[in-house]
Design a protein. Structure first.
Length: 311
């Protein structure tokens, strides 16, 4: 007898499947086939490719065994990244996927991973966690009903990854204030939100791609940043849609860039290290010359704040 659906629930880095099994059991019906692999704990500290291959093999066997069963996928943290890789390898599965839920997954790249491996030379799992997978996630979310759930413990992160790194264009987004990264694996709020999403509830408009933000994200070395530094930033230029690019340099010389609405709500936060400062300021200068609002509200052109000219 074919199950009503296959429920894939994948744990992440430095973890086992205990919490994801508990989550899946709360979501499943009596006719659901739960597939929640427990990956080798030590291997989760090394590289992601073998983990992707293992999950792919398990998933392929399940899909071939139950070819008519739809798929529902929930991935926590690196588990979500693993499934992005698997689905990118299998676009033929996309029509089968009823729902994809990414819980606390650093799709844009974990800043901790980039701190450990800033040159992306391959320092263990850090190189994989620091990779930006937003393009592949966006392509999937454009075709697959996708929900992103992110914790907000301190006004900008879940204590492990930033809110910004979890966002995916074309996906719905839920910000869960007060939840930490690990807590989200099987928290009742997360379980109920997934259940409601599966029942058709809409939590937000699908996230859209802002062309200027995409240009900033494309800068080499750009890493999604925490929102706590936004109040220290200064306006650099106003865009044609009245959103504002703001900049701030950390005392250690780390350049931050923010995009906010005209009312001050943050649309994007990122930073680059010393190695990529030139690329950041080249892009900012180009934007100022090409897409800036001609004037501010008081009729004065916006100049670079003192000391933040990229030098």
């Amino acid at each position: 007898m074919s199950p009503d659906y296959l429920l894939f629930a994948q744990h992440g880095w430095a973890d086992n499947n205990q919490h994801m099994v508990a989550l899946a059991q709360q979501l499943a019906t009596d006719a659901t086939r739960i597939i929640a692999p427990s990956l080798n704990y030590a291997m989760t500290w090394l590289r992601m490719a073998p983990l992707v291959e293992e999950v792919e093999q398990i998933a392929t066997k399940a899909v071939e065994t139950y070819p008519d069963a739809p798929l529902r996928i929930v991935g926590h943290s690196m588990g979500g990244l693993i499934w992005l890789e698997v689905l990118t390898r299998h676009p033929d599965w996309w029509p089968k996927v009823e729902f994809l839920v990414l819980v606390a997954s650093p799709v844009g790249g974990a800043d901790l991973g980039r701190i450990i491996d800033p040159l992306q030379v391959g320092v263990g799992i850090a190189a994989d966690l620091g990779q930006d997978r937003r393009a592949m996630a966006s392509a999937i979310a454009e075709r697959v009903n996708t929900l992103v759930i992110a914790g907000n413990l301190d006004g900008g992160s879940d204590g492990t990854i930033t809110l910004e790194s979890a966002k995916v264009p074309h996906a719905q987004f839920v910000d869960m204030e007060g939840l930490s990264h690990a807590t989200m694996r099987d928290h009742p709020w997360v379980i109920e939100t997934i259940r409601q999403f599966w029942q058709g509830k809409s939590f937000s408009e699908p996230l859209t791609q802002h062309p200027v933000i995409e240009q900033l994200r494309a800068i080499p070395g750009m890493t999604d940043a925490h929102l706590r530094d936004l109040p220290q930033s200064e306006p650099f230029l106003t865009l044609e849609d009245d959103s504002v690019i703001r900049v701030w340099r950390h005392p250690l010389g780390i350049d931050h860039v923010f995009v906010t609405t005209s009312s001050g709500a943050c649309l994007y936060a990122g930073y680059v290290g010393w190695l990529h400062r030139t690329e950041l300021w080249h892009t900012l200068t180009h934007l100022k010359e090409t897409v800036a609002h001609p004037q501010t509200s008081d009729g004065q052109e916006i100049d670079a704040p003192c000391g933040l000219d990229g030098s």
